[in-house]
Ligand binder design. Structure first.
Ligand code: HEM
Length: 492
């Protein structure tokens, strides 16, 4: 039996046409009129229902990541990490867990081209025996900003100008000129990986530090990495124009066709582990999402593989209604104090209650595949069948008890109330190292993309100078190259 398939309790397979209420429809071709042309009768219930359903077919698109494609498959553990986590789905090599994955672009609308320079979302929902675990990451290992307070602003800056509805980089470069921490993500956005070839040929990252906890309660910080077995491939400018010009859904099509042809996309999952006692050993804050962790000191350890071997049956039910949430973790995996992650913990369920309704977790694609039980019921579009009389807790008539206690980080939290920036900003070292790791032709493309963005007529001299200063602090020769091509004399 297909574990993903939603089977409504009433039969949905009548041999003849019906209304939503199941009444027979003897004519689905013509409206009921007075005479053969004549005014349409309001009593044509079937027509009214048909049109009314149609005019309500659209729901609000995601405020970010509106454009995306999803597919199903499984995650299989390949390496034992039970010394690090008591997560049930990671309990032994060979254990498989069903998943649904959604890839996306971030900024533009539901129908926008998939060749746009933009981060890509890489969100995985694991339907585990202990509830759903959502790893909601991107194809870059870092993010532009490090405090959720600024998320609406950075998205507004990247979204189309509210006046013209055109994306304009002077707005991006203006806002982010106040945020030198964005340099590290520009190291990916303006690199070749800023336009992946398609969804199969890109990496994925959890971005934030999360926490793993084992049975004994020992805590480690962890970063998650997905590596595609078919390698990373990107589209350079000319190719992107050609591919996007011929098919604005090329990445969705590539994913769908590959799976349909039995060429199943696969990623290996790796983790980096950091002992929280060692966090002061680094010249950056390990809970800062604008930073990567050095792989020579904290090597990638293999954990498992993700295989997408089944296409979705219905785009609306399994893409539009799909709802990911980084707050959905399972015992053995916990959040960290990364401020961006903390900001995200509230945002997703909040938007989904608005976008899909308060019972969005009852939708088949979002509902856990394990048994679940609570008294959060009713509300708009509740369709869960319940026949209990006791809907309060505790009760001597309801034998359902608390789940077994699982470990959460035991660290003692203390501190003043503060609105603060992190102490170790170190904004330029990693972007400089990344630029220097590029081959000369890749460096040249990176420089050209900066020059093009900074050449927008509405980028002021002041903003240009700030960026040249940031680029120079990352790498002196990079700053000099961009400055000389823009004809700007660096003021440092
Ligand atoms: C989607 C908010 C940071 C990755 C979304 C959505 C919202 C949101 C409202 C739409 C969800 C929906 O309608 O179902 C935020 C806020 C952030 C933040 C407030 C910062 C505080 C990030 C970061 C990443 C990320 C740092 C990458 C690690 C994603 C992905 C999706 C998404 C992949 C699409 C999920 C899907 O395919 O449905 N975000 N986000 N977000 N976000 Fe974030």
């Amino acid at each position: 039996m297909d574990p993903y398939k939603y089977r409504p309790s009433s039969a949905y397979d009548s041999p003849y046409w019906t209304t939503n209420a199941g009444g027979p429809v003897w004519n689905n071709d013509s409206s009921l009129t007075v005479g053969t042309r004549g005014p349409i009768l309001l009593e044509d219930y079937h027509l009214v229902e048909k049109i009314a359903n149609f005019t309500r077919e659209r729901i609000p698109e995601r405020v970010v990541h509106a454009r995306g494609a999803s597919a199903k498959g499984f995650f299989e553990v390949t390496h034992d990490i039970t010394n690090l986590t008591c997560a049930d789905f990671l309990r032994a090599p060979g254990v498989q867990t069903p998943v649904i994955v959604r890839f996306s672009t971030v900024i533009h609308e539901r129908g926008s081209p998939e060749t746009i320079r933009d981060p890509r979302g890489f969100a995985v929902k694991f339907y585990t025996r202990e509830g759903n675990f959502d790893l909601v990451g991107n194809n870059f290992p870092v993010f532009f900003i490090r405090d959720g307070m600024k998320f609406p602003d950075v998205i507004h800056a990247f979204k189309p100008n509210p006046k013209s509805h055109i994306q304009e980089y002077w707005r991006v470069l203006d806002f982010l000129s106040h945020h030198p921490e964005s340099m590290s993500t520009f190291g990916f956005l303006f690199d070749d990986v800023g336009v992946p070839q398609d969804y199969r040929h890109m990496e994925g990252f959890g971005v934030h530090a999360f926490t793993l906890i084992n049975k004994a309660g020992k805590v480690n910080y962890v970063k998650f990495h997905w590596k595609p077995t078919c390698g990373v491939k990107c589209l350079l400018e000319e190719e992107a124009i050609r591919v996007g010009g011929s098919n604005h859904s090329h990445a969705t099509k590539d994913l769908y066709d590959s799976i349909a042809a039995g060429n199943y996309p696969e990623w290996k999952l790796f983790i980096q582990i950091m002992d929280p006692d060692h966090e002061d050993r680094f010249d950056f804050d390990p809970l800062d999402d604008t930073k990567t962790w050095p792989e020579d000191i904290l090597p990638l350890q293999p954990v498992g593989r993700l295989v997408l071997n089944k296409n979705i049956d219905n785009f609306f039910a399994e893409n539009e209604q799909l709802a990911f949430n980084p707050a959905l973790v399972v015992p053995g995996i916990y959040y960290s104090d990364d401020k961006m992650l903390q900001g995200r913990l509230f945002a997703y369920s909040d938007t989904q209650r608005h976008r899909l309704g308060p019972n969005y977790l009852q939708l088949p694609v979002n509902a856990p595949k394990c048994a679940h039980h609570n008294n959060h019921h009713d509300g708009f579009m509740n369709f869960m069948h319940r026949d209990e009389e006791v809907n309060y807790f505790p009760s001597r008539f309801d034998t359902v008890r608390h789940a077994e206690r699982f470990p959460i980080p035991p660290v003692i939290l203390k501190g003043r109330r503060e609105k603060a920036v992190i102490a170790k900003e170190n904004n330029f070292k990693q972007p400089g190292e990344r630029y220097r790791s590029f081959a000369p032709d890749r460096q040249e493309r990176f420089v050209c993309r900066w020059v093009e963005a900074l050449s927008e007529p509405r980028v002021t001299h002041e903003i240009r100078s700030i960026w040249i200063s940031y680029l120079s602090q990352a790498d002196k020769s990079l700053g000099q190259k961009v400055a000389s091509r823009l004809n700007v004399r660096p003021s440092f």
